[in-house]
Design a protein around this ligand. Sequence first.
Ligand SMILES: NC(=O)c1ccc[n+]([C@@H]2O[C@H](COP(=O)([O-])OP(=O)(O)OC[C@H]3O[C@@H](n4cnc5c(N)ncnc54)[C@H](OP(=O)(O)O)[C@@H]3O)[C@@H](O)[C@H]2O)c1
Length: 260
Amino acid sequence: MTQRRRITVVTGASRGIGAETARQLAAAGDHVIVNYREKRRRAETVVAEIAAAGGSGETLGADIADPAAVAAMIATIGARHGRLDTLVLNASGGLERGAAVDYAMTLNRDAQVHLVRTALPLLGDGTRIIFITSHQAHFHGRKPVPADYEPIARSKRAGEDALRAMIPELSARGIALRIVSGDMIDGTIIVRLLERRDPDAVAVRRGQAALPTIAEFAAEVVAACRTDTESGHTTYVGGPDYLRGSVPREADTGAASVSG
Ligand SMILES: NC(=O)c1ccc[n+]([C@@H]2O[C@H](COP(=O)([O-])OP(=O)(O)OC[C@H]3O[C@@H](n4cnc5c(N)ncnc54)[C@H](OP(=O)(O)O)[C@@H]3O)[C@@H](O)[C@H]2O)c1
């Protein structure tokens, strides 16, 4: 008997970490829904790559900060598949040109919680939600953050806290929440831009330890989608200096593991 494919959404999967996570999850057997905001062509290329490698996927555009678009995306998934097995919360942003001053909080906290709430009817017993974050955000308030990244770090930490606060409600439905937090990820557009603007900032990180690659980080997201750890578990990828002498926050329930 062939095993049925898990139905998995990766938000913001038209490029970078989300795209690679989608490719790796599809290679592991999932049917991957490649969500994007506006870069449809790029998302279609990701799905074409998945298909060429023998996997299964589809694109589904939705600005996750737009409640109507989220409702339409979840309704489409419900109509096509009837369920959702894994929700990977990867899409992030906040410094877009012309964005409202509170856009980072709208996208990185409110939209994440809203998407989870909207998806709840499709998420049954044994399903998983993975929240992807950065060490600068996860350790916000405990480790220094560059001034221009502050609104992102603050809002992503607020998003993580808001999702963690949902753990009792999620657990009652058999849904596990996992967090995957990474150091700067080599090869991403953000790190390439930063390297151009402030080479020393990246050099300092490289001096601490090799930066994880996009493929290595995505592999840890795939592992978080697969392994059975308790809800609230955090996987740390790279940046061992962040972890030295760091006392976990009270909110960070669940064990942690370190990779890279
Ligand atoms: N880059 C790093 O060094 C690093 C380190 C640690 C953790 N992370 C985390 O990893 C994740 C991905 O980072 P990345 O560097 O790969 O990001 P990225 O290259 O900036 O890509 C962002 C993706 O999110 C999508 N997106 C943005 N706003 C959206 C919205 N409102 N609705 C739906 N999709 C939206 C974009 O879609 P469109 O292209 O269609 O606009 C794009 O596919 C983030 O959560 C980030 O915090 C990154």
